[in-house]
Design a protein around this ligand. Structure first.
Ligand code: PGA
Length: 252
């Protein structure tokens, strides 16, 4: 049985006091989620990682939104894995479509980062997903397969079992236009078949999340699908009320 996971992607939102307020206010809902066997977490900006770790219950997973694969050196503007680990961060999102679009992040680059994270015993959350044009051309599966095969290239089955995948159709992110549960399940089921081909039985333990306009009122629909193991949520993860609604929807 794969444990359900809710991960809030805060993107470039919240100042430190705002992040602290969320962290201080989420205790009860995190406890509720844990009691129901659900993993919950948030991915703040780099500057908000410390306040969240300091003020949130330790059960709240705290993820970075990016990392550099080199341990240190002349990489201006970058943050390394040892820096994240030193402050207690064990998870990291990679390959989000916004980073692919605005920062030129490729699946090849993600592959290097994923390998570096796994070598450091951290958990990568690897995002994939197609554009509207690709979706409308009926090429979603081949596009996403390429992202998966490249991003997870050369991993052992044991390593792959530790990775979390997030399928986020770009046309559904922040648009209010979520994919139907059938579309999400169809693609996520396909991703699992690709993982099975690459890693055998380990594919059954890899958690695959859906993301893209997930809200408290639609999260339960996705969770009813056999291959969907949770959600990566942007906008609806920002307020305590909405985050609580997401947890309640997951538990339902
Ligand atoms: P959204 O973003 O929930 O605001 O659509 C999801 C994401 O980009 O991770």
């Amino acid at each position: 049985m794969r444990k359900k996971l809710l991960l809030g992607n805060w993107k470039m939102n919240k100042t430190r006091p705002e992040a602290k307020e969320f962290a201080q206010g989420c205790g009860e809902m995190v406890e509720y989620a844990v009691k129901h066997g659900i993993d919950v977490g948030v991915a703040p900006t780099f500057v908000c990682l410390c306040p969240v770790i300091k003020h949130a219950p330790k059960e709240l997973i705290v993820a970075a939104q990016n990392v550099n694969e080199h341990p240190s050196g002349a990489y201006t503007g970058e943050i390394s894995i040892p820096m994240l680990q030193e402050i207690g961060v064990e998870w990291c999102i990679l390959g989000h479509s916004e980073r692919r679009e605005y920062n030129g992040e490729t699946s090849e680059a993600c592959n290097l980062k994923i390998k570096a994270l796994l070598a450091a015993n951290m958990i990568p959350v690897y995002c994939c997903g197609e554009s509207l044009a690709t979706f409308e051309a009926g090429k979603t599966k081949e596009f996403v397969e390429e992202q998966i095969r490249t991003g997870l290239k050369d991993l052992t089955a044991e390593e792959a079992a530790k990775v979390v995948i997030a399928y986020e159709p770009i046309w559904a992110i922040g648009t209010g236009k979520s994919a139907t549960k059938e579309i999400a399940e169809d693609t996520i089921g396909y991703i699992r078949s690709v993982l099975r081909d690459m890693f055998g039985e380990a594919a059954e333990t890899i958690r695959i999340l859906y993301g893209g306009s997930v809200k408290p009122n639609n999260i339960a629909e996705y969770m009813s699908q056999p291959d969907i193991d949770g959600a990566l949520v942007g906008g609806a993860s920002l307020t305590l009320d909405s985050y609580r609604g997401l947890i309640e929807g997951l538990v339902a």
